[in-house]
Design a protein around this ligand. Structure first.
Ligand SMILES: [Zn+2]
Length: 143
């Protein structure tokens, strides 16, 4: 992933979401493109709806709490990638969100389909301009 770019004159550190569908203010949440015809939601930019081929979209806030639908526990990855990590698909009030599960013991004893989780954000690191990249994941509710 390439670092985000910034205006040359910004001196104060700023938080920069790693993906453009992560919105940090006023509280962190995800925003999808919603088909104005059929209501299908997509996180990537599309020229036409994958379901109905309509071409008009507006934006929709995605629920910040959801349910784990599927997950895997990755124990081995390329050098430089911390393992284990837990990529999952989380059902947020009907919208499927792909993200890692965080703040949870990465074992199948702890993680089950149907686990209730909520969106959380965390700093990834600062770039040379001092801007702090912000990533997101889902953590268990009440754990
Ligand atoms: Zn559609």
């Amino acid at each position: 992933m390439t670092p985000p770019t910034h205006g040359a004159d910004s001196s104060a550190p700023e938080n920069v979401p790693l993906v453009d569908y992560l919105v940090l203010e006023p509280t962190p949440h995800l925003v999808a493109n919603r088909c104005r015809n059929c209501g299908a939601r997509f996180f990537d930019r599309r020229n036409a709806c994958a379901k109905c081929f309509a071409t008009e979209f507006d934006s929709a806030d995605i629920a910040t709490e959801g349910t784990v639908r599927t997950f895997s526990i990755v124990m081995v990855a390329a050098p430089g990638i911390d393992v284990p990590f837990v990529p999952a698909v989380v059902d947020c009030d009907g919208t499927s969100v792909r993200a890692n599960l965080v703040n949870i013991e990465p074992t199948s004893d702890r993680i089950k389909p149907g686990l209730k989780v909520r969106l959380t954000t965390f700093p990834i690191g600062a770039d040379t301009s001092g801007a702090v990249g912000v990533g997101f994941g889902f953590e268990p509710i009440g754990a």
